[in-house]
Design a protein around this ligand. Structure first.
Ligand SMILES: O=C(CO)[C@@H](O)[C@H](O)[C@H](O)[C@H](O)COP(=O)(O)O
Ligand SMILES: [Zn+2]
Length: 192
């Protein structure tokens, strides 16, 4: 049992270290895009399934509430939290339309769409990105493994170097926290 425990933590740390080294420049670029979008009055839409649905909600809450520092609320919406919209869209239009329809409802040019899929191949996530691109949103993907179809679709792909769903998600949530921290710093100025 101890081996399972130690292996999981060691692998999570190793994947995160490799991911950070591969993506540090891109993380800085995307943090600047987020800060600029918020400064311009635009918003962030985040979406994914399962654990990625709750990662989307977690990071949206960091923006709307706060991450580390007191500041104005920043507009961010997670698209798998409104149970009425989810059940209506899935029931009336099909599960694959879940995110695309909400993107078309809420998305405006200048907004940023963050699509989260460990496989990069969930049809509703891919359709959500296609809708975002049609509307002129900046598109970002948090994915893993090969990046699937998703990595090739978006403006800024983040591909975690692992094929294990849980390990990929563990890097995604760290990525989300780092983006919040950097965007907050850029909006408020670095703390002395
Ligand atoms: O959290 C986990 C596994 O750690 C699951 O809930 C997982 O998110 C679900 O199986 C998702 O449906 C996987 O979809 P995706 O990440 O491949 O788009
Ligand atoms: Zn999980």
């Amino acid at each position: 049992m101890t081996k399972v425990i130690l292996d999981a933590f060691d692998e999570s740390a190793r994947v995160k270290q490799q991911f950070a080294r591969d993506h540090a420049d891109r993380i800085a670029v995307v943090a600047t895009l987020l800060a600029r979008a918020f400064r311009d009055g635009s918003k962030v839409l985040l979406f994914g399934n399962g654990g990625s649905a709750t990662d989307a909600a977690h990071i949206a809450a960091e923006f709307v509430g706060r991450y580390k520092r007191d500041r104005r609320p920043l507009p961010a919406i997670a698209l798998a939290t409104d149970i009425a919209a989810i059940t209506c869209i899935a029931n009336d239009y099909g599960y694959d339309e879940l995110f695309a329809r909400q993107i078309r409802a809420h998305g405006r040019k200048g907004d940023i769409a963050i699509a989260i899929s460990t496989s990069g191949n969930s049809p509703n996530v891919l359709k959500g990105v296609e809708a975002a691109k049609d509307l002129g949103l900046t598109t970002i993907a948090w994915t893993g493994g090969t990046g699937g179809k998703l990595a090739a679709l978006v403006d800024h792909p983040f591909v975690v170097p692992s094929t294990v769903t849980a390990r990929i998600q563990e890097s995604h949530i760290t990525l989300g926290h780092v983006l919040c921290e950097l965007a907050e710093e850029q909006l408020l100025g670095q703390q002395a």
